[in-house]
Design a protein around this ligand. Structure first.
Ligand SMILES: [Zn+2]
Length: 432
């Protein structure tokens, strides 16, 4: 027993003293918990959510002695956005249903207020010419049409379906009632009519009226990328860049918050943890950290940076963009593997050497996260996301509590080893 205690104690001391012990899962957890808390309002466009998150990230970078770029770590930018700072409220025959949990709005859903009748348009009605002609002759301005499942069926007159789906029948709006998940996205412009997507089982078979109040607003949203770096001690004008977007969808009305734990508090946490690591282990190249704003609305923050770079783009030796980093049980996917096959091979070697993740899957070029405009500008860049048993995406259930971070440590070490290899490949580390 005593021996065991001693060896445990010496292990703990070794852990404390050993600088190789780099990743800090509890720090990452704390970061994710903070970024997903109600006080950050889903890091979107309501109640300054993304600004609060940017301040938190800046404070962490500064705590780790990461040097500022831009104006005290901030690079300011703006873009138009439709947002929902006030009431979003729906009652079906006087029964209250809840935004986020029971239904979701279409991106850019315009304001709508009033009591509306419900008309179910089914496939039999559409294929029956008499019925269909009756429908389109109705004045549908006081109706919401339920158009559930029309797309999945075979129709004799697909052009009629198209008319309904494009709402050229001029109903007040459309309802889809059997959605398996409630995925939302922000928009810069108003949609031409409201569409309400209900989760399967929520919208009753018989509904006569819907009371609805959606208060949509439009603004030019001022926001900021958050940027810092650690100066390299051998070749400081070469850069390794870690990026992760910190914005998410914000709120939909007064109650529905989209916490964005996997997307992308997890990537921001890993980026901050890497900042902490490199601050303690001075790298030969400079290592920069960019938390991007405006990713969810269309890669706006990273586009702005590439157009107005605070680090010369040709000096970026490698850029690793981390987005959706909370799982990993099924491995990691590397977007741009086919663009940079030599680098991808090395990533796989790093993974084998460290025995980190069960699979490293190649994927081609895709404009699906903040690496995109860097790739277009010729920067060697990857977008990494982890795969595993986690199915919340752009919904209110992507919460801190839902994350396991089961392969966080392994993914962190893989990022570190890959970046270290890149800095070491010219023999830079050996020259020290
Ligand atoms: Zn994302």
């Amino acid at each position: 027993m005593k021996r065991l205690h001693l060896s445990l104690l010496s292990f703990v001391i070794w852990q404390i003293l050993n600088p190789v012990f780099s990743q800090d899962v509890s720090y990452a957890r704390a970061c994710i918990k903070t970024l997903c808390s109600d006080e950050f309002y889903g890091r979107g466009y309501v109640q300054n959510g993304d600004k609060i998150a940017a301040n938190f990230i800046r404070q962490e970078l500064s705590k780790h002695k990461v040097l500022p770029l831009g104006e005290k770590y901030f690079q300011n930018l703006g873009f138009p956005v439709i947002y929902y700072p006030n009431e979003v409220n729906i009652k079906l025959d006087d029964k209250q249903v809840f935004a986020g949990n029971d239904y979701i709005l279409n991106p850019g859903c315009p304001s709508v207020k009033g009591s509306y009748k419900i008309l179910v348009v089914d496939s039999a009605m559409i294929d029956n010419s008499n019925e269909f002609n009756k429908i389109i002759k109705l004045n549908l301005k006081s109706y919401f049409l339920v158009v559930d499942d029309l797309k999945g069926r075979a129709f004799k007159h697909p052009e009629r379906v198209d008319k309904i789906l494009k709402n050229s029948v001029n109903a007040k709006g459309l309802i889809y009632k059997n959605n398996s998940s409630l995925v939302w996205s922000p928009a810069m412009e108003f949609a031409s009519f409201p569409i309400i997507y209900f989760k399967a089982g929520v919208f009753p078979n018989l509904v006569l009226k819907m009371e609805i109040k959606i208060d949509a607003a439009h603004k030019v949203h001022g926001t900021q990328n958050v940027i810092g770096y650690i100066k390299g001690n051998v070749q400081p004008d070469s850069f390794i860049v870690f990026t992760a977007h910190y914005d998410h969808l914000g709120k939909m009305g007064n109650d529905a918050i989209f916490p964005g734990a996997n997307d992308n508090a997890s990537g921001v946490a890993m980026m901050l943890d890497l900042a902490k690591h490199y601050a303690k282990n001075p790298p030969p190249y400079s290592v920069a950290f960019i938390a991007f704003a405006g990713e969810e609305i269309g890669l706006v923050g990273s586009y702005f940076f590439v157009e107005n770079p605070l680090i010369p783009l040709q000096k970026i030796s490698l850029l690793l963009n981390m987005d959706l980093m909370s799982t990993g049980d099924e491995g990691l996917t590397a977007v741009n593997a086919t663009e940079f096959p030599h680098l991808f091979e090395q990533l796989k070697l790093c993974n084998i050497a460290g025995q980190y993740l069960p699979d490293i899957a190649p994927r081609g070029k895709s404009p699906n996260s903040d690496h995109h405009y860097f790739t277009e500008a010729g920067v060697p860049s990857f977008f990494f996301y982890l795969r595993g048993n986690y199915h919340h995406y752009h919904d209110v259930d992507d919460t801190y509590e839902a994350l396991t971070l089961s392969k966080y440590k392994e993914a962190f070490l893989l990022m570190r080893d890959f970046a270290d290899w890149r800095m070491n490949q010219d023999g830079v580390l050996n020259k020290k």
